[in-house]
Design a protein around this ligand. Structure first.
Ligand code: ADP
Ligand code: MG
Length: 207
């Protein structure tokens, strides 16, 4: 099954929000443990607070066009997640919402993701290979652009998160550890992969 315009425009937004909030909350302890290893241990709680705040708005967002919902999610994340990742995930969702037409094709999605990921990189003054969420987001964009199915895109995301393990952190709090950041999965890369998996599952069910 592929991801096409129909899959995107038929997507059940409250289900999407629930799926992402569920997986983040279920994995909050794991994200916290990852951040305890190479950061300050707040990533699980930061993300859980943010996506539960988004969930609380879900009913109000239902019925609004996809781009507006994504922008609202981004704004909420900026206000509630905190840390370095809040503005970055917020930028990601806000930018996708800004770029996406109401009934996007796969090409529209790939283009919107590319622009949004560039916006995250600009905001974080970061690039691929620095052991951050970008190391998942770039391969995910490439997989979407290449026409992979949602499940395959999610597998790419998981593999990319795992592949941050041998990297040395160059950006964010983990960079303070230098070589000691090597050998741990980046928390923001892991949370990005969780979000991608949840979105992919909902897209598969709405197609
Ligand atoms: P903080 O580092 O302020 O405690 P979090 O723990 O919530 O914030 O988030 C840490 C995650 O944010 C990292 O694992 C990394 O993926 C991401 N991150 C941090 N700084 C940057 C940056 N400059 N560019 C891209 N991603 C970053
Ligand atoms: Mg942290």
């Amino acid at each position: 099954m592929t991801m096409d315009a129909t899959a995107m425009s038929k997507i059940d937004l409250p289900a999407l929000i629930d799926a992402v909030a569920d997986t983040i909350s279920e994995h909050a302890d794991e994200l916290t443990a990852l951040d305890q290893a190479i950061g300050d241990g707040d990533h699980g709680l930061n993300m859980k607070r943010g996506f539960e705040a988004v969930r609380a708005e879900s009913a109000a967002l239902a019925g609004q066009p996809l781009p507006e919902v994504l922008r609202a999610i981004g704004t909420k994340l900026v206000m509630t997640v905190g840390g370095a990742s809040g503005p970055l995930f917020g930028t990601l969702f806000m930018s996708i919402g800004k770029e996406l037409p109401t009934e996007p094709s796969r090409a529209d999605l790939a283009a919107a993701l590319a622009k949004a990921i560039s916006a995250v990189a600009a905001r974080g003054k970061s690039q691929a290979g620095q052991k951050t969420m970008l190391d998942v987001l770039y391969p995910v964009q490439a997989a979407v652009a290449a026409g992979k199915s949602p499940g395959d895109v999610a597998d790419v995301a998981d593999g990319a998160a795992e592949a941050t393990k041998p990297l040395k952190a160059i950006r964010g709090r983990a960079s303070f550890l230098g070589d000691r950041s090597i050998g741990h999965v980046d928390p923001g890369a892991r949370s990005s992969a969780l979000i991608v998996r949840a979105v992919a599952k909902v897209m598969e069910h709405s197609a």
